[in-house]
Design a protein around this ligand. Structure first.
Ligand code: PAF
Length: 288
């Protein structure tokens, strides 16, 4: 595990990335990959630490991938904070940052896309058509560029992790996928690069996402097993926040993401809510 506080090496081209990684591979070191879109927060850094705990060398990719944003989404305003991100990566001792340009990633004439399967259809897939096609494509490209042994993703983007696991399985990509726990602010709001869009008042209202997930957990602990009742109570709580608009509140099977009627085992509660024009997602497991 690396403990240096110097800046990670920076590569902006695939050729340079491979040049830096060649001796690492010759030393037979285990390589961990943390794909990000930058604007790094403690959630990303926990993925870096996850990698450092089991790998010899940690690569963090920083790339705001246009193909996973739909028309009218926040591609233009998505925070781009490369220097601050490199400082944060230096403090936690990441070894290499890969921050390619769009031209490097989608070279002139680029025309190949990954079409993810059923698990990409519901929830985020329904609200953000084409999103997972963009995610799966860029992640496959990053996996091919870095050739890491293990890649780390956060549970907040649970469906994304399922889509990637399925893709890795279907395309025989030799990598292990780890899904690490969501990191939260003390009031429960899941860390997200998009939280920075929220005004102080909206930031306070955004805690309804976590509160509604906690309510679901409490209802299950009290013996409630009817998914529709739990989802209704979650929706009612979310709508107590002024201007909250619900994209979905769903109780689903954690493997297939199919809706469940009655809770009979581990269930995923997931929701997407817009607060003051910022779209937030969160989820948790309900155990019974
Ligand atoms: O989760 C993200 O930040 C992005 O979707 C990812 C995995 C880096 C792909 O652009």
């Amino acid at each position: 595990m690396t403990t240096t506080t110097s800046r990670p090496q920076l590569a902006t081209t695939v050729a340079r990335l491979r040049e830096i990684l060649a001796p690492v591979r010759r030393r037979d070191e285990k390589i961990g990959l943390v794909p990000t879109m930058g604007a790094l927060h403690a959630g990303h850094l926990s993925l870096v630490r996850g990698s450092q705990a089991e790998c010899d060398y940690t690569v963090v990719t920083i790339y705001v991938n246009p193909s996973q944003f739909g028309p009218g989404e926040d591609l233009a305003r998505y925070p781009r904070t490369l220097q601050v991100d490199l400082d944060a990566l230096a403090r936690c001792g990441a070894d290499l940052a890969f921050a390619p340009t769009h031209e490097e990633v989608y070279r002139a004439g680029y025309s190949t896309w990954v079409e993810p399967g059923d698990v990409a259809e519901p929830l985020e897939g329904r609200c953000r058509p084409g999103h997972f096609r963009g995610v799966a494509t860029i992640v496959l490209k990053l996996l091919n560029m870095v050739h890491a042994d293990v890649a780390y993703f956060g549970q907040k983007d649970y469906q994304q992790a399922l889509v990637i696991r399925q893709m890795v399985r279907d395309f025989d990509v030799p990598i292990e996928i780890r899904v690490c726990p969501t990191v939260r602010d003390p009031d429960g709001l899941a860390l997200s690069s998009r939280n920075g869009y929220l005004s102080p008042d909206a930031r306070r209202r955004a805690t309804v996402l976590w509160k509604s997930l906690q309510l679901a957990q409490e209802l299950v602990a009290q013996g409630q097993r009817d998914a529709r009742t739990i989802a209704r109570r979650m929706r009612e709580l979310v709508l107590t926040a002024e201007d909250a608009q619900i994209d979905y509140v769903a109780l689903v099977d954690p493997g297939s993401l199919e809706p469940v009627d009655r809770l009979t085992g581990r269930t995923l509660a997931a929701l997407a809510v817009r607060i003051e024009n910022t779209r937030l997602i969160d989820n948790c497991f309900l155990e019974c």
